[in-house]
Design a protein around this ligand. Sequence first.
Ligand code: ADP
Ligand code: MG
Length: 744
Amino acid sequence: MRRFLYGSNLLTYKSMSHLLTVQNLLELQAQTEAEEIMGANPVIGLLGGGQLGRMLCEAANPLGIDIAILDERNSPAKQAHETNRHVTGSFKDPARIRELASRSDYLSVEIEHVDTEVLEDIEKNGVDIELADGSTVTHRPPIHPSWRTLRLIQDKYLQKEHFRTSEQKIPIAEHMAIESGEATLDSLEEAADKFGFPFMLKARKGSYDGRGNFKVSSGKDIEPAINALGKLPLYAEKWAPFVKELAVMVIRTENDEGELTGCVAYPAVETIHEDSICTKVFMPPREVSDEVCEEARELACSVVSTLWGRGVFAVEMFLLEDNSLMVNEVAPRPHNSGHYTIEAIPAMSQYKAQIHAVLDLPIPKKLIPRVPAAIMLNILGGAAPNSHHKLTRLARSTYDDDMDVHLHLYGKESKPGRKIGHITLTGFSSLDELEQKAEPFIKLVDEIRQGRIDAAAEVLRPKQEEPSIPSIDGMSVEREPIAKAIFDSHNAAPVPERTRSGAASRTRSAAASRTRSGAASRTRSGAASRTISAASVKAPTPKPVNDGIQPGQIQNGVHSEDDDDDVAEDKPLVLVTMGSDSDLPVLKAGLDILKEFNVPYALDITSAHRTPKYMMRVADEAAGKGIKVIIAAAGGAAHLPGMISSETPLPVIGVPVKATHLDGLDSLLSIVQMPRGVPTATVGINNSTNAALLAIRILGTIIPDYQSAMKKYQLDMEEAVIEKGTKLRTAGDVEYLANMKAKA
Ligand code: ADP
Ligand code: MG
């Protein structure tokens, strides 16, 4: 018997071969310690913490199963499950995978692009767990699905070859490997001769959501295809003239000796892909006969029976005109096409099935939906961070006798084209009727898509045709990445390092986190890891104090009339103003922060006492000119922040500057003691750093990039303090102080 009588502290083992050493340990009455290492309930260590992991956690929570996630902090899955076993880092990092293995009873994945070498090594040699007495035990958590499956699936060409040569005679598209380097062109021409046009050129590894695929429609596309994908290992596939795409989820079980014990298929569904991303799923498939659906399920089972390990697998297929089926590819994990099972087959959703299969718990013999029809709509990020709000509002407010609406948000920042949630609609009569009821939802999903396309087209237009940037400034600074994300996804940009939806931004944050976990960043090398990528927010164009401009010439509260077009592009979001240029040195720290976060800002001098009319005009016009936050520094009788606040509806942050007398208390009290109705945020004396950070937090409420950058800043700070603590504990106070003095 394997350990874990669930919910009790009694540890038992079924899989003797895997945990023999730990069992011996138990026999040696080290049970308590082993429990501490492994926990009283089974722990599944999961490589990857995206939305699939999140939904897996949502299924695991009521079952009392612990999921330890290896991914960055606050990843969607970690938000949904609290445990002290999570590991922070990349699911491609062997050391972190080992750490996860040492904290888990089983290992599984929510993404196939993981390091299979280390998984193979863990299966063969285990990981050493150090006990309190200094001795070590070897721990071998079973890995499901098997690393063999993951390795095969990772290489789409080898996957196709596996199916081609399998006994099961799995129908797949003709394909051939494409030579690398200088031979690529000849090889592609050979593919064109062999398959005709169009054919599909695919990256063998790392692709997802259509990234890494290039449709070669004619000879003219060969060069662009090489430009887009030429540096990657490639293969070519004959075009499949499908009429529909279908998918079937399968639960695969096997015993601890690796012998297949069962394959149970979920119903076949129809998947709709737009812009190479799955956008909609229909259960049952529309206008597909029951016989074909049954064939699809049988085919899916025979495909999955050729693989290794336990768990759920998605089989993507093409339905051809003659009603025959062709297998496109397999995903060895829960899949977008199976989200609908959460509500349609609630007793055994694909996520619950994954847990049951991995733990070798009972699996039903049949998977019968509890509703006759379901539609799953992906919520993909729109052109603006809030483009999907109308849709989520509709989902939250729709109650209908004939249709249930189930909203799932993944706790992810919205980016154009990124999977940030989904809605499952379940119907109690026919799919036809459900489709009619679903119309308003489908319309909004299509509108969001159109918005993305329009935004991309706008930015991709030649410069002189570019329309002026709209006055919603948070949006205008986001334009570039919107276009880029869509352009990339349409044109098979090189496959990013991290492979899953929203990869561009995740790559960025993953990179930042990697830096964070490295020693270098702990010293707060700072700017690099915190600064928002230049691609996402325009670099600031700080205006020098007064800018040589007389008050009367000031436009927009911040720019002169002479400023050219790039005024609009660099439109400041923060106005930093001061009562006197003697306040500038105090503001420098805050300005550095704004630069570090790439916040476009403008500078000015607006004396409450010497240029009161001008100050009021600046305050009055700031909001209309796109400014979102005002920082106002003043010393002595520091009336500037309060006066500005009385004239503008914007948030004003006052920085009390320490003047010659009274240690700055006069400035602080002048600012902080504002009458009711005229709020003025106040930071510490001379603390322009906090003023800038607060301004960025305010911006973060409308521009998600600033919020993520702020989160990184906070994490950096935390790590810097932790590192100092470690150094202090190691070095002791005397050496630490000596080092501090040396540095000073
Ligand atoms: P991904 O890893 O992005 O899911 P796929 O290989 O599944 O990559 O391809 C994405 C989509 O491209 C498929 O869902 C299908 O719409 C289309 N596609 C893939 N291969 C072919 C093919 N041989 N013929 C026609 N369309 C294809
Ligand atoms: Mg696919």
